[in-house]
Design a protein around this ligand. Structure first.
Ligand SMILES: Cc1cc2nc3c(=O)[nH]c(=O)nc-3n(C[C@H](O)[C@H](O)[C@H](O)COP(=O)(O)OP(=O)(O)OC[C@H]3O[C@@H](n4cnc5c(N)ncnc54)[C@H](O)[C@@H]3O)c2cc1C
Length: 599
């Protein structure tokens, strides 16, 4: 729904990401007609899922009705070398902090939050579409006309050919900085350019019970990878969301040749070596996303009729979890900025600029050497970022119009600056790497490595079912895997791949699917997989195979002729006789593929 908003110029929001949508909500709540330029969100994994204090405190104001996309984050945990740092966020449990928050004019919250951005952004977009105060234009701003003398935005030319004359512009285009660039605003790059790879992992659609929550699923779990122990210097995240998990990794650009997929595999292995496993519970990956990113900060956040919203103004280390908080801060100030662009603009800029020192506090965690990760250093460095966060909260209270929060903010700022409070807030635990997760969270479930093995077998079943490419078997099967089919033995990965190719050919154009998949471990550590074939509308009797794994790869398979009668019928025996030949053909075709110029 949208009202007829033709007539005099009105405020325009450029960018319909979370920032633009939160600003739009703020204007709609104040019954201010406005224009939102940008398309609907897509379903690809997105960044900005773990919130800091500010984001968590403001979440309710902008997204309170969308609780189903929000999960608690009780603590932040960082695995670093032989130690694990844990900062608890249960601020509402402590009487003193409850009282403090009340003085600061805000309610203490029981936990910080994780947010499912895919669900939340879509719901916020729908809400904006339904607002009678919001006119949505599904287009991109292609050109921004500015008056360079007055430093004002005059007009926006859109990809659909229309021209919009704004009374005020909120630039919510994040790192694309559409309006900021047109205004020629000064911007500084902060730190080294980063390469980021990230994705989501979902539970198996065939067995959602496998996604049972582990004790680590109420915390943001960060892990510092070291070249010496993990093969690459990097910082990774594991963020549990209500229905799936988010995993990603950031490295200095050009420091590794690893592909995005291999980087994420290093992350999986690094967490697993600390006892934190997730692929068994969440075996189905979303597309892997890739980003080349620079952190930056503008000198100005506001002007005569424009402002840079949240991440458009500045972007600091993702470890701070600060991006979404700054989006909400911009949305909170939106109506004040319209009423008093320069006065409110300065307040807004001061508040956001307060965030910038936090970037440097995270450099130590990202760049220090393995031997520098001592308990004392971890404690000292964590005190730094806790203090930076709390003093931002104090600063926010100091700009509150009410006298009590202002006074409390000033006092708190002084106490924090002088290191009188907030020392030793986070705990450091030391343990052998393989025991770190258990030491931190308690038992994760008795059979984590078996669960990982089950996940590998499930992935292989998805290769057989054609839901994953046949080349994925390269990571799942040992090169010399042995397949036992009744009396026949076939050796090597190429034989297995040729066998699957042959099965799929025989199934014909209807294709071949493997459904109702289940896995379970045997007492000797092997994994059994059961399921049924489905092709041409027919579903077979249950079939089953057994797998032995070493170091996460399948080295031996036991299967039987009866498993293939549904597909091969009476030809099963003759097809099995072809196995040695298939092995040879598979090997030859792989060699051909490898030596071809296309690689
Ligand atoms: C590696 C990494 C991890 C992060 N992790 C966290 C975290 O855990 N917690 C946190 O709070 N923050 C995190 N952040 C920051 C967070 O991702 C961003 O602050 C947040 O997503 C910004 O949302 P947004 O709506 O401003 O930007 P976006 O989601 O990028 O939306 C911008 C919108 O503007 C649109 N747009 C761009 N140009 C134009 C144009 N010319 N015309 C019209 N529309 C346009 C885009 O299409 C897009 O829809 C992380 C950032 C990085 C790099």
């Amino acid at each position: 729904m949208s009202a007829d908003l033709s007539g005099s110029p009105r405020p325009v929001i450029v960018g319909s990401g979370l920032t633009g949508l939160a600003i739009s909500h703020s204007l709609s709540m104040a019954s201010i007609p406005h224009v939102l330029i940008g398309g609907p969100p897509d379903a690809r994994p997105r960044l900005g899922e773990s919130l800091n204090l500010e984001g968590s405190l403001l979440l309710d104001e902008f997204c309170g009705e969308f609780g189903r996309f929000i999960g608690p984050k009780e603590a932040g945990v960082l695995y670093m070398g032989d130690h694990v740092l844990r900062c608890d966020f249960d601020i509402a449990r402590k009487l003193a902090s409850r009282a403090y928050f009340r003085l600061l004019g805000t309610a203490a919250i029981p936990a910080f939050f994780h947010i499912d951005r895919l669900g939340l952004d879509a719901a916020m977009y729908e809400r904006a579409s339904a607002s009678p105060w919001c006119q949505m234009i599904d287009a991109a701003v292609e050109r921004v006309a500015v008056d360079p003398i007055a430093a004002r935005v005059e007009a926006l030319d859109l990809s659909d050919g229309t021209r919009v004359t704004p009374s005020y512009v909120f630039d919510a285009t994040n790192h694309r900085r559409t309006v900021a660039k047109a205004l020629g605003l000064e911007v500084e790059t902060v730190g080294a350019p980063q390469r980021v790879a990230y994705t989501h992992y979902h539970p198996s659609p065939h067995d959602r019970s496998s996604a049972s929550r582990s004790p680590c699923d109420w915390t943001t779990n960060l892990l510092r990878l070291y070249r010496e122990t993990d093969g690459v210097d990097a910082m990774a995240w594991y963020i549990p969301l209500p229905d799936y998990i988010s995993v990603g990794v950031s490295v200095d650009e050009d420091t590794t040749e690893l592909s995005d997929e291999d980087l994420l595999e290093s992350v999986r292995a690094a967490y697993a070596s600390r006892g934190l496993t997730y692929r068994s519970r969440y075996p189905v990956p979303a597309p892997v996303m890739s980003l080349h990113h620079r952190y930056f900060a503008h000198h100005r956040a506001y002007g005569a009729n424009w402002m840079l919203a949240g991440g458009t103004y500045a972007s600091v280390w993702w470890l701070a979890g600060a991006g979404v908080g700054t989006s909400f801060a911009a949305a909170r100030m939106a109506t004040k900025l319209l009423a008093d662009p320069l006065g409110a603009g300065r307040t807004y800029q001061d508040y956001l600029a307060d965030l910038l020192p936090i970037h440097a506090t995270f450099d130590w965690f990202v760049y220090s050497r393995l031997e520098e990760a001592t308990p004392e250093a971890l404690s000292r460095q964590s005190d730094r970022f806790v203090r930076t966060n709390v003093s931002r909260l104090a600063h926010a209270a100091r700009i509150d119009p009410r006298p009590v929060p202002r006074a409390a903010g000033a006092l708190m700022g002084w106490l924090v600056r002088n290191e009188i409070i907030m020392g030793g807030y986070c705990r450091v635990l030391s343990a052998a790497r393989s025991k770190q997760t258990e030491t931190m969270f308690g038992p994760m479930g008795a059979s984590d490595s078996v669960q990982e093995d089950e996940a590998t077998v499930t992935c292989l079943a998805e290769v057989i079912a054609g839901r994953r490419p046949l080349t994925d078997a390269d990571h799942l099967l040992d090169r010399r895997v042995v397949a036992h089919l009744d009396g026949f033995n076939a050796r090597g990965r190429p034989a297995w791949q040729s066998w699957v190719e042959m099965l799929r050919r025989r199934a014909g154009p209807e294709g071949l699917d493997l459904v109702d998949l289940r896995t379970y471990p045997l007492p000797d550590g092997r994994v059994v997989m059961t399921g049924s074939w489905r092709s041409g509308g027919r579903v077979s009797e249950e079939v089953s195979a057994t797998y032995r794994l070493v170091g996460g790869r399948i080295v031996e398979i036991w299967t039987s002729r009866s498993n293939y009668e549904h597909t091969l019928g009476q030809r099963t025996r003759s097809s099995l006789r072809m196995l040695p030949t298939l092995a040879g053909v598979g090997m030859a075709s792989r060699l051909r593929r490898r030596s071809s110029p296309a690689g």
